[in-house]
Design a protein around this ligand. Structure first.
Ligand SMILES: C[S@@+](CC[C@H](N)C(=O)[O-])C[C@H]1O[C@@H](n2cnc3c(N)ncnc32)[C@H](O)[C@@H]1O
Length: 379
């Protein structure tokens, strides 16, 4: 490659060609004088790197002293001038802004949830009403931009009722609410309308599944409000020798949880029961678990606390590790979670030995967060 420098004043776009091996050093030098045109891509071919330049560079030979380089004018449509806008995949918001009038841009959702091949978007807040005429185009754009998405639903209610489910309206794609969602190391049959499932708990479930504790093996692990089984199945995968149990009042969730045992090729001992935990003490089937549970997961944040009184007869004699989820006020949430928990313990035979861990799991609403307490309890 020959060292050369051209007069750049009359030509708008220039490409600097350098040896691949000198890429980092030269790019840093060009960045230091803000010379790279970031509207276009830096790219490599064979043993060369092609860098689009933004402006004339005085004394390029001085700046790149000791390096070989070639500089040439970029032709429109040249293979060396790659428009970044045409090649990078745009965010949903960027794409939507092209079809929605600018005065409504601030109403657009910042993100959407993906459960399996279903996208879920929130567009029905009162202030979002001006977006209603564009709703199907929004769904269509989502489908077009994400080949993994087959259906787009919008939230049509809050999470509500005994089963903690919400209503959805289809806005684009296939009308089917059942899907298979991949999370951490597992796969889960979920029916977004008939069962509770939140992809936003993936990180917390990973923490719970990976937790190494003596309580995994000195008794059984019971996910009290198991839904389709994402907590207990991930625990089971990590602890094939453990005996795991899941209960939920929603029989459809239990049906899917049982399918999820097979889907995840669980080899360990795991059982699911469609069961109202309020009536657990009179359950014939459950009587075999008396004094045998060493780890409890209680993820029904709005009501978990009311079910503590159902646990004592199942706690094994060396005590147990409890993961208790609650909704608490954003101000001082952990203290509030502990205060409520300790107050409720007074209505039960359960004693608090110590807290092992606590944290805010995720925001829930502007003033409320979801918390978890990991506590050792005993009788
Ligand atoms: C917030 S969801 C959690 C589901 C699951 N742990 C997960 O992370 O996907 C709470 C679950 O508690 C169940 N539930 C509510 N009341 C119950 C009760 N009295 N007995 C058993 N399960 C109950 C609901 O059906 C729902 O599936």
């Amino acid at each position: 490659m020959k060292t050369s420098e051209c007069i750049m004043s009359e030509i708008k776009k220039w490409i600097l060609e350098i040896d691949l091996i000198n890429g980092n050093s030269i790019i840093k030098k060009l960045q230091s004088i803000n010379a790279i045109d970031t509207n276009f891509k830096i790219h490599s071919q064979n043993n060369s790197i092609f860098i689009p330049l933004k402006h004339e560079i005085d004394n390029l030979s001085v700046l790149l002293n000791g390096y070989e380089f070639k500089i040439f004018p970029a032709q429109k449509n040249s293979k060396n001038l790659i428009d970044r806008k045409k090649t990078h995949s745009k965010s949903l918001k960027e794409t939507l802004k092209e079809i929605i009038p600018s005065e409504f841009h601030n109403l657009l959702p910042r993100a959407f949830d993906i459960i399996g091949d279903i996208a879920i978007i929130e567009l029905n807040r009162d202030e979002q009403k001006p977006l209603r005429p564009f709703i199907n185009s929004i769904g269509q754009i989502l489908l077009e931009n994400h080949s993994n998405i087959k259906s787009v639903y919008e939230k049509a209610s809050d999470i509500e009722g005994l089963y903690r489910t919400r209503k959805f309206d289809l806005i684009a794609g296939l009308n089917k609410t059942e899907t298979i969602h991949r999370e951490n190391l597992g796969k889960f049959h979920v029916d977004i309308e008939q069962t509770f499932f939140s992809p936003r708990l993936a990180y917390e479930r990973q923490r719970i599944a990976k937790l190494k504790t003596e309580f995994n093996l000195n008794g059984k692990i019971w996910d009290v409000f198991c839904g389709v089984g994402p907590f207990i199945i991930q625990i089971s995968k990590k602890n094939p020798k453990a005996h795991s149990i899941g209960t939920d009042i929603n029989c459809r969730a239990i049906e899917l949880a049982k399918k999820n045992i097979e889907l995840n090729k669980i080899v360990g001992n795991i059982e699911f029961y469609c069961q109202d935990v309020k009536e657990i003490s009179i359950s014939q089937v459950f009587s075999k678990f008396q004094n045998s549970i060493s780890r409890f997961i209680m993820n029904l944040p709005e009501k978990s606390i009311q079910f503590l009184k159902n646990l004592p007869q199942f706690i094994q004699k060396n005590g147990a590790l409890l993961h208790l989820y609650q909704f608490n006020k954003k101000i001082n949430p952990i203290q509030e979670a502990k205060d409520i928990f300790e107050k409720e313990l007074k209505n039960t035979r359960i004693k608090l030995k110590e807290y092992k861990f606590s944290k805010v799991v995720k925001p829930f609403s502007p003033n409320i967060v979801m918390t978890v307490l990991d506590a050792i309890i005993s009788l």
